[in-house]
Design a protein around this ligand. Structure first.
Ligand code: BG6
Length: 481
């Protein structure tokens, strides 16, 4: 376990209150944190320690966090609030003083972990001022955890990486993709590599197509400033969805070492392209949610341009250029303002049977959320004197039991960072390949393209009609449930 100080920049934001601090709270409750582990909550607002701790309790109550009565008093002793202007170097000197002079350094040996949960505009400023203030000169070990977006294209990501590299080496940099901490995403490698029944059929010979659906029912909420410049492609595909594809399609790593896993993922990320590159426009669909009777249109949300051409939905037909997958289309669809929230991976096998004309394809589904589990669809004969074939559904659900509690993604990821395990974090060359691919699509999605092809869809619907044509033109259909 880890003795140290966790410096949480952006401690008064939603991410801190809704994800990061609850994750630490549960780790504490399960006694997974060292006694000598403190969280310095850093924000621009002027709170005393006590005011911040009280605010945190209220936020936890709003989020219905369990076991508050029994554990909060213990947890709050780990929390120290520190007021800092992210752009003021003198505040960083004060922070350094605070860590040195407070009791925090007695047992933590000044092992420092920085977490940037701030608006992206501070992502460069903070590492730069950490360097200038020489805050790290007091640290025995140091690490930095970085939230997305890691840049807005390949060029900006490279510049950003250079700044971070001036103060931290690759082993000290933890680029977070919270999807990698989700239970069923972690389960992909186990499902594949411990079960030949699945692994042996995962290739173009047996798989007809792969579908990845990540659907959200909410709109842009209060993140208009960020989302308007990102859109669904950069917000969800650049990171979460490309990472899922790499785990589903990679070859078996030589070992479970972080390097071997990342090396295999990288080979996939480098070889993802839009299907039929010469005709790629027909394999891209973008949409934007319009009003419904209960919700306003995207263009009327706060901090969104009235004439915005930003996509809140994207569907793509992709392929991987390697021998194993070269003939298998991968269809993805993701968006906000859709009918419900869920994420899954669906693998449809080829139906090569020539004897029985009414049999259905075998389908293998990995449910990521809200249900966590997997299911299989296969054909059987129904009991009768004739041959009637019926589709059966076999399901394993790991969080359906009332008492089941799956650790949240951030619990796992933060614990891994404390324990120096980077395997669920993204290496720089993975990010580089992700951005090269996304840049190639962004180039197609210029203003003229958007003006012509951005499809409106009603809030809380199934998304743009054209996204159905994308797959139906290939005589297949979306199999989302
Ligand atoms: C984030 C995106 O990375 O993932 C958000 O920035 C999105 O726009 C969120 O809402 C979805 O995460 P989850 O865990 O709720 O599926």
């Amino acid at each position: 376990m880890y003795n140290g100080v966790f410096l949480l920049f952006g401690a008064t934001g939603d991410l801190a209150f809704k994800k990061l601090l609850p994750a630490f709270y549960f780790l504490d409750f399960q006694e997974k944190l060292e006694q000598c582990f403190y969280i310095v909550c850093i924000g621009r607002k002027n709170y005393t320690n006590l005011e911040y701790q009280n605010l945190l309790k209220t936020k936890f109550e709003d989020e219905n966090i369990e076991f508050l009565d029994s554990n909060f008093n213990k947890f709050k002793n780990r929390i120290h609030y520190f007021n800092l202007n992210f752009e003021n170097i003198y505040d960083y000197f004060k922070l350094k003083n605070f860590i040195e002079s407070s009791s925090l350094d007695l047992c933590t040996e000044n092992n420092l972990i920085y977490y940037l949960a701030t608006p992206p505009k501070y992502f460069k400023t903070i590492p730069k001022l950490l360097k200038e203030s020489q805050l790290n000169s007091i640290s025995k070990t140091k690490k930095i955890i970085i939230e997305k977006p890691f840049g807005k294209d390949l060029d900006s990501a490279k510049k950003y990486n250079t700044i971070i590299n001036e103060e931290f080496n690759e082993k000290e940099i933890f680029r977070i993709d919270h999807y990698l901490g989700k239970q069923m995403i972690q389960n992909i490698m186990i499902l594949r590599f411990t079960n030949p029944i699945f692994e042996n059929i995962l290739n173009s010979e047996f798989v007809d197509n792969i579908q990845i659906h990540v659907s959200e029912s909410v709109g842009v909420l209060n993140r208009g400033n960020y989302y308007e410049h990102s859109g669904a492609l950069k917000d969800m595909v650049q990171n979460h969805i490309l990472q899922i594809i790499s785990l589903i399609c990679m070859d078996e790593p030589l070992s479970l070492s972080t390097k071997d896993i990342r090396d295999q993922k990288l080979k996939i990320l480098k070889n993802i392209t839009v299907y039929d590159e010469n005709n790629s426009k027909k394999n891209i669909v973008i949409g934007q949610y319009d009003k419904s009777k209960d919700h306003i249109a995207y263009v009327n949300e706060t901090n969104i341009n009235k004439n915005s051409l930003t996509e809140t939905f994207v569907a793509l037909k992709l392929k991987i250029q390697n021998q194993r997958w070269q003939n298998t289309p991968i269809y993805i669809r993701t968006g906000k303002g859709l009918d419900k929230k869920y994420a899954n991976v669906i693998i449809e096998l080829k139906n090569n049977n020539k004897l029985y004309d009414i049999s259905k394809s075998n389908i293998f589904i990995i449910q990521i959320q809200p249900k966590e589990g997997m299911s299989l669809e296969f054909n059987t004969k129904t009991p009768s004197t004739q041959i009637n074939i019926d589709k059966q559904h076999m399901e394993f659900c790991q969080n359906c039991n009332i008492n089941a509690r799956s650790p949240q993604a951030y619990e796992k990821l933060l614990l891994d960072a404390l324990n120096n395990d980077q395997s669920l974090y993204t290496r720089w060359d993975e990010i580089e390949s992700e951005w090269s691919f996304i840049d190639s699509i962004s180039k197609i999605l210029d203003i003229d393209y958007r003006k012509k092809y951005l499809q409106k869809y009603e809030f809380a619907s199934l998304g743009p009609k054209k996204s159905f044509a994308l797959i139906e033109n290939d005589n297949k259909k979306w199999l989302f449930k």
